[in-house]
Write a protein that binds this ligand. Structure first.
Ligand code: ATP
Ligand code: MG
Length: 294
């Protein structure tokens, strides 16, 4: 069964979409079937992967309104193992249209259920609000990844998010946990960033990811080329930090351990088989992603 990870924080512009795109791409680059679902009417994940706006295309809206099945909404991407369910700004309507609907918080969970065997990882990019769309994502998810910036007011609003997660855990989705908190747009040269990091580390303990995502212009440029950073510039610090984050998340969620157990169970399989590696060439540069080397 695939693991569903919601990338959520109701604060705007903290790096949810950048994290969703680049984490999902890095997992896919490790040869794991990965699905990215755009749950935000802003549709930044969709355009960030190079899809032009098209209200006719089957998207998250159609899944939530039960007008189409998830299988019909799948879009291929440049990475062979990465698939996308796109969004369109019409998704904003679902927030209102679903108010009185039956199983309104379970619509995304129900829609994705048939795909959970097919994908090892399903990453959900949430909008910057604790609305019905984020609620649907949290009900569909096994775990939440919270991107945050190391700034003075970083913790403001986080208790509201944690309360929401707690309420969903207690009622609608008892499986839901906080996978981790990841610091984005990090600049370790400032004293403030270091002080805030120390405070966040006290607050979140080992939920705070060891991997921190630096501020890196390549991460900001890549979406305008419709590419994840590891295709746009695989050697950039931004791309490398997300590959590192993918390794950490796969380790934290137990997926690396699961893969090792599967390899042991499958006698024909050579340990460290190349299927867990992927080489991406760009201008003769090579990067290797091996999820087992941690
Ligand atoms: P929203 O709440 O609107 O959905 P978000 O939380 O998804 O926003 P992003 O869109 O990922 O945030 O990032 C906000 C802006 O910061 C974007 O312009 C993005 O390109 C830029 N950005 C994100 N992460 C980085 C980074 N590590 N280095 C440089 N720029 C970044
Ligand atoms: Mg976003």
């Amino acid at each position: 069964m695939g693991r569903v990870l919601a990338v959520a924080n109701q604060k705007g512009g903290v790096g949810k979409t950048t994290t969703a795109i680049n984490l999902a791409s890095s997992i896919a680059a490790a040869e794991l079937n990965t699905l990215l679902v755009d749950c935000d009417p802003q549709s930044n994940t969709t355009s960030g992967l190079g899809l032009v706006k098209d209200p006719e295309r089957i998207s998250t809206y159609h899944l939530l309104m039960r007008m189409a099945g998830a299988e019909q909404a799948l879009q291929k991407t440049e990475l062979g193992k990465l698939w996308l369910i796109p969004a369109h700004k019409n998704l904003i309507g679902a927030n209102i249209e679903l108010v009185d609907a039956e199983r309104r918080e379970f619509r995304l969970r129900d829609a994705l259920a048939p795909l959970r065997e097919r994908f090892r990882y399903i990453v959900l990019d949430c909008p910057p609000a604790l609305d019905l769309l984020t609620l649907n994502s949290l009900v569909a998810a096994d775990a939440v990844l919270i991107p945050m910036q190391a700034e003075y007011f970083a913790l403001e609003g986080i208790s509201e998010l944690l309360d929401t997660i707690e309420r969903i855990h207690a009622g609608l989705n008892p499986e839901l946990t906080v996978e981790a908190v990841v610091l984005t747009m990090f600049d370790d040269r400032t004293n403030l960033a270091q002080q805030v990091t120390a405070e966040l580390s006290r607050y979140f303990g080992d939920k705070l990811c060891k991997t921190m995502i630096p501020r890196n212009v390549r991460l900001a440029e890549a979406p305008s080329h419709g590419k994840p950073a590891l295709i746009y510039d695989p050697r950039s610090r931004g791309a490398e930090s997300y590959i590192q984050l993918a390794k950490e998340i796969l380790q934290r969620s137990g997926v690396v351990q699961e893969i090792r157990a599967e390899e042991r169970a499958d006698e024909k399989q050579v340990v460290n088989a190349p299927r867990w590696k992927r080489w991406i060439t760009e201008k003769n540069k090579l990067i290797t992603i091996n999820i087992q080397d941690r």
